[in-house]
Design a protein around this ligand. Structure first.
Ligand code: PMP
Length: 688
């Protein structure tokens, strides 16, 4: 939260300028150093000049009013006619500067919350970006209930804090029933405090302000006692408090908390597009897509609205014994876009539960198929694989750092060499090897064919394993082997699904139909936890029978098929279509590829692996010998930290720097992300 208050109206002409001036004078009277701002002004600059004179600030007019149009028109119309775009960054910079100079900045708005500043950016977006609460200025007379309640509703739905409503008598008029009763009705219906009614002051002049008339009237009629303490929270103190609570009560995943408590955390408060904003107002490019989930950027209007619309119907109802509309609609949508083999959708909550249900399904399928198949109980997975943190998912994973501690809890899995060409586990060189690792896989499968229920694979890229990109043809051969030896193929597309690799699903790169497909992460565009396990009809049919045969799949989670999550997933799929996400991604993938070439010049970059919009940069202590940095040196963590200081959030895996931008990132943003990573690697590896 920044040190400001935004004065918005229910409409134009409600007297925002007088209220802004009155508030500025009153807060100054209470001992605060008050700054004023009128970010956008059209017509003459009278309001701005009035505010400056009244409040007595010495700030340059370009700071107080960074955006000015000569024509007295609505901002968007004026900007189009004058051919000048409204520069939101300039407004934000001016506001930041004023915040540095003053205890609090009173920002006078432009009409109401829904006034457009560009085609898809409204006053409410500006308020969110300035990160300050609002005071709503309203007319006290007939018609104001509707306008005020709509303003409150929109502010709340946008996530804007409301301090209260001030009624302003802009005309000399006898008070009728409406004027007398509207404030209390509005307070009751909206739950927003009414700060008071500012009585009519005849043509407020600079002199009125100098003599104290406006200030005295304001102080007498408007409650502002809570304002300086409750809403002008000095952001550093606010953050410190959150930080203390975090360090006292939170336990962060995959984090050595001893280190965590020594460091200053970034506390994210909001996001917009490719950017995350912390509580101090610093912004960062989200190079991690908030852990590989975000697709269309943060606060994507269509998904926001889909979720809100669903909230107005129902937020949760169970799929156990009932069905719900979004869960049904989404299942059809998923089957339409998934590889053709797949016909059924089983929902769960996250990647790990998608994996659990997939492996249990495969296991039970064979158990129920007949006595010849009862021995098919094991799973084949790859070394370096990671499929989640629940015990079943850990059993089919093999990253010793994460998994070895739990060995005695796990079921036995057969592991095969991964296609990790940079450090080939069978010491061959690609492409001369002709995919020798697949031959090794075939040997393992053929030896265990009667024991194996399924093979689990992350198609094309083993992401958590360190962005291990499989060479062309590997996936297809894996499918052939599974078919040949009659074992099910489970494709874990929890991380690689939904366009990340350049195609909707990674399996499509080699036209491979899996028997079970696991989806999560980006399924909801990065909004909500939801997972889906898709299967072929044959597996589904294997569970059918008389009730008394108990062939039922006894598995399901409380929030399975949650309507809010399914609604966000449908909106996500709509956007893929409407915005032709995959088409527009192709150029950006090529750009990323070009931008990465220069990394080979860096002395400690051993390998660069890219598949679509997924990048892994493996750092080595010695390029010739591929000697790894000792883990204790935390090279990846230090680079991510350096990048964070430069305005980019990334999260490494060991010595591998990882970049996974939202698919909606612009070319400029991609360029900036890559530049920051380059500089960060250079800066950190030079220190060594
Ligand atoms: N599979 C893969 C390939 C993953 O990357 C992950 C998470 N990184 C999971 C499964 C587990 O997903 P979750 O963390 O949502 O349980």
């Amino acid at each position: 939260m920044n040190k400001g208050v935004f004065i918005t109206g229910t409409d134009t002409g409600v007297g925002k300028t007088v209220v802004s001036a009155g508030l500025a004078l009153s807060l100054r009277h209470k001992g605060l150093d008050v700054g004023v701002m009128k970010p956008i002004q059209s017509g003459d600059r009278g309001d701005t000049e009035f505010l400056i004179k009244v409040s007595g600030v010495k700030d340059e007019i370009e700071l107080v009013n960074p955006c000015y149009f000569k024509k007295p028109l609505a901002p968007l119309t004026a900007s189009k006619i004058e051919g000048v775009k409204i520069n939101i960054t300039a407004i934000k910079n001016a506001f930041d500067e004023l915040c540095k100079r003053h205890d609090i900045v009173i920002v006078e708005g432009i009409g109401g919350l829904f006034v457009p500043l560009t085609e898809d950016y409204f006053v409410s977006d500006l308020i969110l970006e300035l990160n300050i609460p609002i005071i709503i200025v309203s007319r006290p007379n007939l018609g104001t209930i509707n306008h005020t309640l709509l303003t409150v509703k929109h502010a709340r739905e946008s996530g804007i804090d409301i301090i209260g409503v001030i009624f302003n008598e802009t005309k000399k008029k006898k008070k009728g029933l409406a004027e007398k009763t509207n404030p209390s009705i509005i307070e009751k219906l909206s739950g927003v405090p009414i700060l008071g009614t500012l009585p009519y002051i005849q043509s407020v002049s600079i002199t009125d302000c100098k003599t104290g008339k406006l200030k005295n009237t304001f102080l007498k009629n408007i409650k502002i006692d809570n304002l300086p303490t409750a809403y002008c929270r000095l952001s550093t103190a606010y953050k410190k408090n959150l930080e203390d609570i975090d360090k006292t009560h939170l336990w962060h995943p995959f984090t050595q908390m001893n280190d965590w408590v020594k460091e200053e955390p970034v506390i994210i408060e909001r996001g917009k597009g490719s950017y995350l904003y912390d509580t101090l107002g610093n912004k960062y490019l989200d190079g991690n897509s908030s852990y590989w989930v975000n697709i269309h950027g943060h606060r994507k209007r269509e998904i926001d609205e889909a979720v809100k619309k669903q909230i107005n119907k129902i937020s949760h109802s169970t799929l156990l014994g009932l069905s719900n509309v979004p869960a049904i609609e989404l299942s059809e949508r998923l089957i339409k876009i998934a590889p053709e083999s797949l016909k059924r959708v089983f929902y769960s909550d996250d990647g790990s539960t998608a994996v659990e249900s997939g492996i249990k399904m495969a296991f039970q399928y064979w158990q129920q198929k007949g006595k010849n198949f009862k021995s098919k109980k094991k799973f084949i997975a790859f070394y370096n694989a990671y499929h989640g943190d629940t015990i079943g998912a850990v059993s089919v994973g093999r990253i010793d750092l994460f998994h070895s501690m739990f060995k005695s809890l796990l079921f036995e899995t057969i592991f095969a060499p991964p296609p990790y060409c940079y450090r080939c586990p069978i010491e061959k060189t690609y492409p001369e090897c002709s995919l020798a690792c697949v031959n090794e896989l075939e040997r393992i499968v053929s030896e265990n064919r009667d024991k194996v229920a399924a093979l689990i694979i992350e198609p094309k890229v083993m992401m958590p394993g360190g962005i291990i990109t499989a060479p062309e043809g590997f996936l297809k051969r894996v499918r052939e082997i599974c078919t040949k030896y009659n074992i099910l193929m489970i494709a874990d597309e929890v991380a690689v699904g939904f366009g990340r690799t350049g195609k909707m699903f990674a399996c499509e790169h080699e036209n491979v139909p899996p028997d079970i497909l696991l989806l999560s992460k980006s399924l909801t565009g990065g909004y909500m936890p939801l997972a889906a396990t898709l299967t072929i009809e044959e597996i589904y049919k294997g569970f059918l029978g008389e009730y008394s045969e108990f062939r039922t799949f006894f598995h399901g989670h409380t929030y399975t098929g949650n309507p809010l999550a399914c609604a966000s997933a449908i909106a996500n799929l709509d956007l893929f279509k409407k915005e032709r996400i995959l088409d527009s991604l192709q150029d950006k993938i090529l750009l990323l590829k070009d931008e990465l070439i220069k990394f080979y010049n860096l002395e400690n970059v051993g390998d660069i692996r890219q598949c679509g919009f997924i990048v892994g940069i493996e750092l080595v202590a010695d390029k010739d010998t591929k000697k790894q940095y000792p883990m204790e040196e935390k090279i990846g963590i230090r680079i991510a930290r350096e990048a964070r200081d430069k305005g980019l959030i990334i999260r490494p895996i060991g010595n591998i720097v990882i970049l996974v931008p939202p698919l909606s990132s612009t070319k400029d943003e991609v360029h900036k992300m890559v530049e920051i990573i380059y500089d960060a690697i250079e800066a950190v590896t030079c220190q060594n």
